[in-house]
Ligand binder design. Structure first.
Ligand SMILES: NC(=O)c1ccc[n+]([C@@H]2O[C@H](COP(=O)([O-])OP(=O)(O)OC[C@H]3O[C@@H](n4cnc5c(N)ncnc54)[C@H](OP(=O)(O)O)[C@@H]3O)[C@@H](O)[C@H]2O)c1
Length: 314
């Protein structure tokens, strides 16, 4: 099968297309023939030796990628939830070795959901790691209730564009930050307030918020404290960008945490339901052919990706 291996941590030239044996599945896994593969910032960070590089460094070969949508062609002996021919999507083995940049991917059945029939494989794979992050944060960690005021940073990005829609679905009043270029996009996702970070300081405009999803970290975390009301919560998702967030938040009468997404088929099923009912939509701004992985990484590295980008294969 065709696979993209990482020949040492470093630049995009280290992503090399090669031929590998098709994976052998265990009893609780299915073999998925990939149709579309999602690309996320963690892929780029890991390629460069950060992100999950510490976890993957002893594997040979290393195959990056965690998001997949495709068709099941084989099921393990103890698989009960799926059958051959099912179209599925999900985030594979995160934060472990996903090996999703490949024609065939071995996936624990517990990480997958059925793909809603009316959405494409591109839209489905897009709604894996990024949508799952937004959902797990908002559902389990935010404590938000209908009527709460919620700020989503990078509202036009992968995680942000799902988080705006989900927070709105949960009944929150949503503010989102992006450049002016993406103002209409963010408002159309369901935000009622847009902050153009190139022209406005969000902390001068927004006050008494219940929750902030911080997708940027660093000084954004400190500045976001000023937006929250007493007892409010901030969750920061980029790793290593805001040290001591819990202590710093606590000193101000706030709750602050880091969060890392985990593979989970039940949560993927929630996302599938939202997609099926049209309550959640993936915005795929660009697709790249499998062989064009280096350009796809380059796009994410601009830091300006609108919604999601995906690789197509097969
Ligand atoms: N902990 C976890 O489990 C977890 C999970 C997922 C992601 N993450 C991390 O979360 C971060 C965001 O991920 P992502 O997939 O959403 O990234 P992304 O899709 O690459 O984000 C791109 C977006 O960021 C916006 N942006 C850039 N600078 C901004 C600023 N100063 N203020 C507001 N928006 C800004 C851009 O909007 P404009 O073009 O309008 O500037 C663009 O739409 C990454 O660091 C990623 O590694 C962590």
């Amino acid at each position: 099968m065709k696979a993209i291996i990482l020949k040492g941590f470093g630049g995009v030239e280290n992503l090399v297309i090669t031929d590998l044996p098709v994976p052998v599945i265990s009893d609780y896994e299915v073999l998925v023939k990939a149709r579309a593969i999602g690309i996320n910032p963690v892929d780029i960070k890991t390629r460069k030796g950060k992100g999950l590089a510490g976890t993957l460094k002893d594997f040979d070969p290393i195959i990056l990628g965690w998001d997949i949508s495709g068709t099941i062609i084989q099921t393990g002996a103890k698989v009960t939830a799926f059958k051959k021919g099912d179209e599925v999507f999900g985030m594979v083995n995160f934060p472990g070795h996903g090996k999703a940049y490949a024609e065939y991917v071995a996936v624990p059945e517990a990480h997958l959901a059925l793909k809603p029939s009316q959405i494409s494989h591109e839209e489905a794979t897009a709604a894996s790691l990024a949508a799952l992050t937004a959902w797990q944060v908002l559902k389990y960690k935010s404590g938000i209730r209908a009527g709460d005021k919620v700020l989503i940073h990078s509202a036009a990005g992968g995680v942000g564009h799902y988080a705006v829609q989900m927070a709105k679905y949960l009944g929150a009043r949503v503010a989102g930050t992006s450049s002016g270029l993406n103002k209409d996009f963010v408002l159309n996702l369901g935000a009622s307030i847009h902050i153009d970070y190139e022209k406005q300081r969000f902390e001068d405009i927004l006050h008494d918020y219940d929750f902030v999803l911080d997708t940027i970290g660093g000084d954004y975390t400190d500045r976001s404290f000023n937006v929250l009301k007493h007892g409010g919560t901030i969750i920061c998702i980029p790793s290593g960008t805001s040290e001591n967030i819990t202590e710093k938040a606590s000193a101000r009468g706030l709750h602050g945490y880091h969060f890392r997404v985990l593979s989970d088929g039940h949560d993927m099923k929630d996302i599938a339901d939202l997609l099926e009912k049209g309550l959640l939509k993936s915005f795929v701004s660009n697709t790249f052919k499998f062989d064009n992985i280096q350009a796809a990484h380059g796009q994410i590295e601009t830091g300006k990706t609108k919604g999601k980008i995906v690789l197509t294969i097969g």
